[in-house]
Design a protein around this ligand. Structure first.
Ligand SMILES: [Zn+2]
Length: 284
């Protein structure tokens, strides 16, 4: 095992997920750590929560790589009196560097949306929408049509489990073939989804009004909606980020250890009162 200095690992990530491709409001890159500190174990997670940082510490990680930023807005204290402050303090006192690849990983290829497209079993995958030369989301086709129910059941087998499960809008027995995907919050993309001719749109964090209006516009038809959970749809990318990092560093004669977070950071713990999952044969 030959540790690499942090700056070499950061440089590799910035080749994979160039910071200039991140949205202007985003805050990506190195959050804590010394560029010269050695890195032997990289821990990958969606969210830099206190529990995730503790898992990284217990595993002996030198570097925590997350999709979501820890600090998106200005702070005036990193005291342990706030959760953010406690997180920063825990990272620093345990010598754990934190690196964030967020919207730059969303648009990367391979990136977050490619991982979700792959999990959906899509082929002939292309960008859902191109803005200023950057592809957002993905759209592709199933190898052969499936019913909406079969498609979502297949997806559920490859997504990590979360208490909120997967919500579906559309008739369970309708055949679907063309699928649009956006990992994480995706209700800004309905126009692009309609323009793509997708039968079904897989994303997360669909709010009541945008989702209901999309169903109204569809008059009960396509695109059907699948809200597969923010954490679950982005967790898929962690495997991709790990393999891309190792490939990027393959020529460096190192053998970085890596670990994928085992904690579910979806905020919901249980669901009560849902109608049964078998009464969903409606048309809207
Ligand atoms: Zn996200």
């Amino acid at each position: 095992m030959i540790p690499l200095p942090l700056h070499e690992v950061v440089a590799a990530f910035e080749r994979l997920y160039p910071p200039h491709t991140a949205s202007s409001w985003d805050r990506v890159g190195l959050v804590s750590g010394d560029m010269d500190q050695p890195v032997s174990l990289v821990h990958f997670a969606v969210d830099p929560t206190l529990a995730v940082i503790d898992e990284a510490r217990a595993a002996g990680a030198d570097l925590l790589v997350t999709h979501h930023p820890l600090l998106l807005r200005g702070v005036h204290s990193v005291a342990t009196t706030s959760a953010k402050g406690a997180s920063v303090t825990a990272l620093i006192v345990n010598h754990i560097a934190l690196f964030v690849a967020h919207t730059n990983a969303d648009v990367a290829s391979p990136g977050v949306c490619d991982a979700l497209a792959s999990a959906c079993g899509l082929v002939e995958v292309g960008p859902l929408e191109v803005v200023d030369g950057v592809g957002h989301g993905r759209v592709g086709s199933l190898v052969s049509p499936l019913t909406l129910r079969e498609f979502v059941q297949n997806l559920s087998l490859v997504l990590p489990k979360a208490a909120a499960g997967i919500r579906v809008a559309g008739p369970a027995d309708a055949l679907v073939s063309r699928v649009a995907v956006v990992g994480g919050a995706g209700d800004d993309f309905f126009d692009a989804v309609r323009a793509s001719g997708a039968d079904v749109y897989v994303t997360a964090d669909l709010r009541h009004h945008p989702a209901l209006e999309a169903r109204e516009e569809a008059r009960g038809g396509t695109p059907y909606l699948v809200d597969a959970g923010h954490w679950a749809t982005e967790w898929l990318w962690l495997q991709s980020a790990r393999s891309e990092l190792l490939r990027e560093l393959a020529g460096r004669g190192t053998s970085l250890n890596t670990h994928i977070c085992t904690l579910c950071t979806d905020p919901w713990d249980f669901v009560i009162g849902a109608a049964t999952g078998d009464n969903n044969g409606g048309t809207s």
